[in-house]
Design a protein around this ligand. Sequence first.
Ligand SMILES: Nc1nc2c(ncn2[C@@H]2O[C@H](COP(=O)(O)OP(=O)(O)OP(=O)(O)O)[C@@H](O)[C@H]2O)c(=O)[nH]1
Length: 391
Amino acid sequence: MNIALARSVVGERLRLLAERMSFVTSRLKGMAHGESAEKCTPDHCAIQVDSDDEIGDSTRAFNQLIEALALSIETETAVRTFTEMLVSELDVHQLTEQALALLLQHTGADGGAILIEADGEIRVAASQGIGSAHLLANNDRVRSALRTERRHMVKLPEDLVVDGMLAQFRPREVVIDPVLHKEVVLGAVVLASGQGFSAEDRNRLDVFERGLALALHNALLYHRLQTLAALDPLTGAYNRRFGMARLREEFQRAVRLNLPLGILMFDIDYFKRINDTYGHLAGDRVLARVAKTARSVLREGDVLIRYGGEEFIAVLPAASLHDLEYVSERLRHMVEDLVLMDGDQAIRATVSIGATAYPDTDVEDDTALVDRADKALYTAKSGGRNRVVVT
Ligand SMILES: Nc1nc2c(ncn2[C@@H]2O[C@H](COP(=O)(O)OP(=O)(O)OP(=O)(O)O)[C@@H](O)[C@H]2O)c(=O)[nH]1
């Protein structure tokens, strides 16, 4: 009788355990073929512990196994998502924004930033949940982490508050990790948590950051190559091919947003004579100086293009004809005042400028805008040079 009772009670529980094990096994096999992990969380797969004997111990051990499996699956899924994003993104801005979002989602951080170091300068590439992220670039602890190439953990509030961490939450722990690729520092990841980071969070952070370093390296390299391919080496202006593509984009944007768009076309006067008198190298220096002068007159979002030999186009988003007149005259005066020394000889140059703007003039596309500026430049040249014609 006792044996029969024991068999029915014990047997029932063992059967449940066996059933769950086989369910978990089938879920794991399914996941290996790409099925979702959702149905095997501890909620679905754990067994209620209702005795304090060997069977209870086995059930508890089973539940712990399920929890460990769930955590490992969650980490694996997170790493896979992160890696997929990293390998498909070459835009530095997009890459850092998305990487930071995933880091926050999977490491228990409530806010953070990704910083990039280039040419001795540190800048914030992405930030989330932090009050004044820009302060991080000059923060001593961040600089120290970059210099020593080692992780810095800051416990708050016992420790000093990290500038820039005055966030929408009250941070208890901050981690500052240099991002290194082949022993070269590319930047840093700064994460802050209101709860503090667990050992699991830190392990995940390590795995994520290894992938991030490689992806960031690729994206920075790609950006550098893109820039090099787009720029004219002598003047630093966009070359004609890339420059005209930028003009087209700006024109489409102006039409879409109903904003003005101005362009100036300018050309150094009697440049052949400068080359003939002082030599081609001196001519090159004049070209570079004129381009530099133009950049100093233009604003940050304006685009300078080397259109031909000694001919440039400047694209000024949101500039009206009135703005163009002002900018053109300023450029003309500044070039006229330039003196470039070649030994004891002073080289001077002037420019002629043709300017026009959409929608002040009824042009239908970027090509028509350039044609119109070209005609204005021709009028400036034939009117005596060193002058501005706005049309
Ligand atoms: N030094 C140097 N000269 C260049 C470069 N590209 C074009 N040039 C020269 O620029 C000169 C342009 O001459 P032209 O088109 O006759 O024009 P210009 O002498 O400036 O006369 P206007 O434009 O009518 O005032 C030519 O001698 C080209 O060889 C360059 O990269 N460096």
